[in-house]
Write a new protein. Structure first.
Length: 161
């Protein structure tokens, strides 16, 4: 299971959770706390590397981690899961709808996600965080399709018709 957040310059430092760790490890599972761009693990430059039009960088980081786990035979796509909440939920949503990443993960846990970035700007919380997202403020539909999982799914659905 690959767990990541990648936002708001919040650091996800190495640690152990006895509650989930023991049960998961006893069943042969592996848990990875990924330090992806957008987080604060390596300072402001690391955080800023995945803002706005570069938001996709955190998704690329997750793909690279999954590919490495598979290449090293630590896991396989059928057994590999991604998990994230809030901004990490947006990341998970993008992973399960991306052409490469959807093939890398056999399961996903998408907790309290921000999936509809078109509506997001109308929520109270967006006033605090809007500088971190492109969509939809002054950027148009292309940026929305690149960030919003809901917009990606609608584009896929209507293009298939």
């Amino acid at each position: 299971m690959v767990d990541a957040y990648g936002g708001f310059e919040i650091s996800r430092l190495p640690g152990y959770s006895a509650g989930s760790g023991a049960a998961w490890l006893e069943q042969g599972g592996v848990k990875v706390n990924a330090n992806i761009r957008g987080g604060g693990e390596y300072g402001p430059t690391w955080h800023q590397a995945a803002l706005k039009e570069k938001r996709y960088k955190c998704y690329e980081d997750m793909e690279a981690i999954a590919q490495d786990l598979i290449a090293r035979k630590i896991s396989s796509p059928a057994k590999l899961a991604c998990i994230g909440g809030s901004k990490g939920g947006l990341m998970v949503g993008n992973l399960i709808t991306g052409p490469l990443s959807s093939q890398l993960f056999g399961a996903a846990v998408c907790q309290v996600p921000l999936l509809d970035m078109k509506v997001y700007s109308h929520l109270l919380v967006s006033k605090i965080t809007r500088v971190r997202f492109l969509c939809p403020l002054k950027t148009g539909r292309l940026a929305c399709r690149q960030t919003s999982v809901l917009m990606k799914l609608l584009t896929i659905f209507f293009n298939a018709r």
